[in-house]
Design a protein around this ligand. Structure first.
Ligand code: 13P
Ligand code: SF4
Length: 303
C-alpha cells in the first residue's frame, strides 16, 4: 500500500517518463494540485493548454475543460481525468435550442460561457470565462448580447456594462445557485470581521451582498493582496482548503456547506496515477469540423 506522498512521487516520475502535462482546475483536491504542472481557473487552463509543448495533456477537471484543451491543441492527446466528470451547466442548452434563439435575435453577438459543450461553441461568436467575460463583452462592437447559458454571470456583467442590452436563458451553475442570502446572513453573523468573496456564478442577490465577486483566480488574488485576516468564501469549498494551506496565519470559512461540485470531486489522486498508466480516464475525440468551428470562438476570447 502507498501513502499519499509515495503515490504523488510515482505520479511525478510517470508524468516525466511519459512527457505528460498535468493541468488541474483550482476546484480539484489539494493532493492533485500538488502534482499538477499548472493550476488555474478556466481562463488560465485554456491559455496553458494552448501554450504547453508536451504531446499529452491530462486535464483534471470537467469535460468542457478537456474539450477546450483538445480544440486548442488538436495534435495532442488530451485525457479527461474521469469520464463521468461533466458540468451540468454545459448541458443546459442544446444546439437546436441555440439555433432557434439565434433566429429570434439575429442582431445579437452570441457569447458563450466556456462552460458549454464543444458542439454549442461551434454556433457562438465568442467564448468567455468568469475572469475574461467583462473585458471581452465590453470590447464587442455589437450592442446586443445573447449570453448563454449562465444568467447569473450574465447579469453580473450586465450591471457593469449598462451601455449594452443582454438576453439570457434560464441557465446557471446548480452548485453556486444553491447559495442563498440567508447563508450570507448566517456567515456574516458568525464571522462579522471577515470579508465575503464570491464567484459571479452565484445568484445576483448573493453577489450584491459580497465585498468582492470574481473568478476562482480573482478570489485567490484578492486574498493575496488583502490585509484582512479572515474571509468567507462563496465558491466551491475546495478553495477554502487551498487558501488555508497557502495562508496558515489567516482564517477562511465556507459560505455554504452545500457548495461542493460533485463533478469536480470525482477525480481522485488514484485516477491521476491510473490515467498516467493508461488504465483510467477518457481520451477526448472531436471531429475536425467541430474543432475548426469551436476554435473560432475560443481564439476570439484569447485574442
Ligand atoms: P472559473 O474557473 O472560471 O472561476 O469558473 C469556475 C467554475 O465553475 C468552473 O467550472
Ligand atoms: Fe459546472 Fe458549477 Fe461544477 Fe463549475 S462548479 S463545473 S459550473 S457545476
Amino acid at each position: 500500500m502507498l501513502n499519499t506522498q509515495e503515490l504523488q512521487k510515482e505520479i511525478i516520475k510517470l508524468k516525466k517518463e511519459k512527457n505528460v502535462c498535468i493541468l488541474a482546475h483550482a476546484y480539484q483536491t489539494h493532493d492533485i494540485l500538488e502534482v499538477a504542472d499548472f493550476v488555474g481557473d478556466s481562463y488560465g487552463l485554456s491559455k496553458e493548454a494552448a501554450s504547453d509543448s508536451r504531446e499529452t495533456v491530462l486535464m483534471c477537471g470537467v469535460r468542457f475543460m478537456a474539450e477546450t484543451a483538445k480544440i486548442l491543441s488538436p495534435q495532442k492527446k488530451v485525457i479527461l481525468s474521469h469520464p463521468d466528470a461533466g458540468c451540468p451547466m454545459a448541458e443546459q442548452l442544446s444546439a437546436e435550442e441555440l439555433k432557434k434563439l439565434k433566429e429570434a435575435h439575429p442582431e445579437c453577438a452570441v457569447v458563450a460561457y466556456i462552460n458549454t459543450t464543444a458542439e454549442l461553441k461551434t454556433l457562438c461568436d465568442v467564448c468567455v470565462t468568469s475572469a475574461s467575460a467583462l473585458d471581452v463583452v465590453k470590447r464587442l462592437p455589437q450592442k446586443e448580447i445573447l449570453f448563454i447559458p449562465d444568467c447569473n454571470l450574465g447579469s453580473w456583467i450586465e450591471k457593469q456594462l449598462p451601455e449594452k442590452r443582454f438576453y439570457f436563458i434560464n441557465g446557471g451553475c446548480p452548485v453556486h445557485m444553491g447559495i442563498t442570502p440567508e447563508d450570507v446572513k448566517k456567515a456574516r453573523c458568525a464571522h462579522p470581521e471577515a470579508l465575503l468573496l464570491v464567484h459571479p456564478e452565484c445568484k445576483s442577490e448573493v453577489t450584491a451582498l459580497a465585498d468582492y465577486a470574481g473568478s476562482t483566480t480573482g478570489i485567490l488574488a484578492f486574498v493575496e493582496k488583502s490585509e484582512a485576516d479572515s474571509f468567507i468564501i462563496g465558491t466551491d469549498n475546495s478553495i477554502v482548503q487551498h487558501l488555508q494551506f497557502t495562508y496558515p496565519g489567516k482564517k477562511f470559512f465556507a459560505l455554504s456547506k452545500k457548495c461542493i461540485c460533485a463533478d469536480m470531486r470525482l477525480t481522485t489522486l488514484g485516477d491521476v496515477y491510473n490515467c498516467l498508466k493508461g488504465t483510467a480516464g477518457e481520451e477526448i475525440i472531436l471531429s475536425e469540423e467541430t474543432i475548426k468551428k469551436a476554435r473560432i470562438c475560443i481564439d476570439a476570447m484569447l485574442r
